[in-house]
Design a protein around this ligand. Structure first.
Ligand code: DGJ
Length: 726
């Protein structure tokens, strides 16, 4: 059983194939955390109880007989506030009396097969209850009548678990939730490094590593989106951990708005790790009888380095996060017009793209921004989702018919959460955007953010989208989001609920995305936010792929794709070959193949030679699709740590094939390089396709590939494909 409760010892033991998570119901029903890490058996686990140095400053509970106990110095599973634990609290609730003291104690629990859905929120799921086991622990604060339900789901065979929290107000008076973290894990030491993913527009998800210091530290977003700037992912790794060795704890929040990842290391050298909705600016009024569902955190543990942590995330997300038809169906190879034309296109121009694209083997034409209202530049028309038939030269239905007759499927762009100041919608409903009375609204990209906390606003926008999607044969939708939230107030919420706006807006977005998934089950949605500004598991629940970055320079893409791969699988990363001049088409494609592949250029500009190159790339895309989309990723040379090269490889699950790619970013000082491969079967023989050379898996991994003689010019690259010799 992956989850056990020892009645006698009062211990919860949650096991995956490789990790254990252990809690104890202590005296007076305090729920203590005992352990999270490499798998351990049930034996004398109470001894794991961490007690720091007890001092006269340590608050005690008179009713507890164990003299060493203080909430201030023990590992607490879900600590409240203002009752003896001085570290950053997991949950803060201000009650109707005006004070914020809470102290949640164990009340009951249940264990069951499967995994529950979370009301209104994206979350990992199972199709077969045998794939996961869930523990729900109910904790009560007797004084305020607040109840929290801690939900743990164990994916035993995947080495992962999820956590979420629901707060219920069982009292007869309203209360205000001031913070609610989804995960709180106390560790007995802070002797770890922290890895986070920082960035900005055009430079998303670059990995950064630093030792964990004493005191508070962490990352977060207050932008109303998960953001380009910090991703809701963090890894706590043992100090010497690398791709293959050491411990790695990965945390990823299934949420697309303001998040916070915090570490608070204490006076005894331990640390508390917290992840959840960012408490800054958050304030939720909970009426009697109401419940608040906080988002889910995914937690992955690996004792085989950071590389294995990533592979666990990838396997988990491919099967238990990505949903619907496109989880398993092959994604279409698309051509998008944005980088070639921006909004300066006509229907005829796009049809010319489609004809060449079809000849070359592409499968879908995506019409990006600029097809609606008078959207000739980014100053106007967001919200006016009516097809500009003059620009297209026909109705959308007729246009898509022509694209389909050419032999391509058709995709379209939307930015449903936005409204241009210069739009018919804004003129008709100036109060439909987020705003604060009496205060000038900040404008970004000439647009405001619609108030998605409002059902009427959502219904109106969804109605327009539904109409467009129903009038033509639309197979794909690119959902964009090109600014962050400011003056986040709502005309429809009372003053005491204005602190709920960020969360209500993202719930509104999830609702519309869920409706799209239900009403158009075959529609492939690609998420986008000025590139990868909302690359998070919340979005992946509704859209199986996300445009990784507006930066299509293949060299700069390397650090972005390496960072993104820390927890997101290749199939989720939209990656296109563009007209960017930095490298030749071979390197552009070698980098873009590590993702959901496509092109973003005018195919009419290809020379005869380039057409042949592109045809060959498309053949390679088909050939390597399975090993890239379903295989295991091994990062071999990290471009953030090596000034000259990057290298990575994919290995099929049965280890019968592998694809190795390497890119020279800058001419290296040495000619010789033995590139050690990973993840192969040492006993198997592999033939490298281009040279016909046969190697043992052992020699490829332990001695390495001798790369002497490969091209060393800036921007060059190669791929090597290995197939098992039977
Ligand atoms: C930002 C996206 O990242 C681009 O790919 C493109 O869709 C533009 N928006 C369109 O406005």
């Amino acid at each position: 059983m992956p989850i056990r409760f020892d009645e006698k010892e009062k211990i919860f033991h949650l096991d995956t194939a490789t990790s254990s998570y252990v809690m104890e119901i202590f005296e007076q029903n305090y729920l203590l955390h005992l352990y999270y890490g490499k798998k351990i058996p049930d034996h004398n686990l109470k001894r794991l109880k961490y007690k720091g140095w007890f001092a006269s400053f340590s608050p005690m509970n008179r009713l507890v007989e164990d003299g060493g106990f203080s909430p201030d110095i023990c590992m607490m599973e879900y600590p409240g506030q203002n009752t003896g634990d001085f570290r950053r609290t997991a949950v803060a609730v201000r009650n109707a009396d005006g004070n914020n003291a809470t102290d949640f104690r164990y009340a009951s629990h249940k264990i069951y097969a499967g995994k529950p859905a979370l009301a209104g929120l994206p979350a990992l799921y199972v199709e077969d209850d045998a794939d996961a086991t869930t523990l729900e622990i109910t904790m009560r604060d007797e004084v305020t009548g607040m109840r929290v339900v801690l939900c743990y789901t164990v994916f035993e065979h995947l080495g992962a678990m999820t956590r979420s929290v629901r707060i219920c107000n069982d009292s007869d008076r309203p209360a205000r939730i001031e913070s609610v973290y989804s995960t709180c894990v106390d560790f007995p030491t802070h002797d770890y490094d922290l890895i986070t993913l920082y960035g900005r527009w055009l430079k998303e998800r670059t990995a950064e590593r630093r030792p964990i210091a004493r005191g508070r530290q962490g990352v977060g977003s207050l932008r109303g989106s998960s953001s380009h700037h910090q991703n809701p992912f963090a890894a706590v790794v043992s100090s010497g951990a690398d791709e293959d060795c050491g411990e790695a704890y990965g945390f990823n929040l299934v949420y697309s708005s303001n998040f916070s990842f915090d570490i608070d290391s204490d006076q005894n050298g331990g640390m508390r790790v917290l992840m959840g909705i960012n408490p800054d600016g958050f304030d939720w009024l909970l009426a009697p009888g109401e419940a608040f569902q906080a988002p889910e955190t995914v937690m992955v543990y690996s004792d085989q380095g950071i590389g294995e942590m990533s592979r666990i995330f990838h396997r988990l997300y491919r099967k238990h996060l990505i949903r619907g038809k496109w989880r398993d169906a092959k994604r279409p190879l698309l051509i998008n017009n944005w980088e070639a034309t921006a909004m300066d296109f006509t229907g005829e121009k796009l049809l010319s793209f489609a004809r060449v694209a079809k000849e070359l083997g592409m499968e879908m034409l995506v019409m990006d921004d600029g097809w609606f209202g008078n959207r000739f530049d980014d100053h106007r028309a967001l919200g006016d989702w009516h097809v500009n038939e003059e620009k297209l030269g026909s109705t959308l239905h007729e246009f898509v018919e022509k694209v389909n007759e050419i032999g391509l499927r058709f995709g379209i762009w939307f930015e449903p959460e936005m409204i241009s100041r210069d739009s018919d919608l804004y003129r008709a409903h100036p109060d439909w955007c987020l705003h604060v009375p009496g205060r000038e609204k900040s404008i970004a990209r000439y647009q405001y953010v619609l108030d998605y906390s409002r059902q009427d606003v959502r219904d109106y926008i969804y109605g327009l989208m539904h109409h467009v999607l129903s009038t033509a044969n639309v197979a794909y939708l690119k959902w964009d989001f090109n600014r962050n939230l400011t003056e986040a107030g709502s005309a429809a919420l009372p003053p005491e609920r204005q602190g709920e706006i960020f969360h209500r807006c993202v719930l509104g977005t999830y609702e519309i995305m869920g409706r799209l998934n239900r009403d158009f089950p075959d529609l492939l949605i690609e998420n986008c936010s000025g590139g990868g500004g909302r690359f998070d598991p919340g979005m992946l629940y509704y859209s199986p792929q996300i445009w990784t970055s507006d930066n299509t320079d293949p060299i700069e893409r390397l650090t972005i794709q390496f960072g993104t791969s820390l927890c997101y699988p290749a199939s989720t990363m939209g990656a296109h070959v563009s007209a960017n001049k930095r490298t030749g088409y071979d390197t552009k494609a070698n980098v873009a193949l590590w993702g959901s592949f496509g092109y973003e250029l005018d195919p009419n500009t290809f020379s005869a030679e380039e057409r042949e190159i592109v045809k060959a790339q498309i053949a390679e895309y088909h050939k390597y699709y399975d090993v890239i989309h379903y295989g295991d990723l091994y990062r071999l040379i990290d471009p953030a740590q090596n000034a000259f090269r990057a290298a990575w490889m994919f290995v099929s699950e049965d280890k019968s094939e592998a694809l190795v790619t390497s890119v020279v970013m800058r001419r290296p000082p040495e000619y010789a390089l033995y590139l050690r491969l990973k993840g192969l079967d040492p006993e198997k023989l592999y033939r490298e396709e281009a040279s016909g050379e046969v190697y043992s898996g052992a020699s490829l991994m332990y001695a390495g590939l001798n790369l002497f003689g490969t091209d060393l010019d800036d921007g060059t690259s190669f791929k090597l494909y290995f197939k098992e010799v039977k």
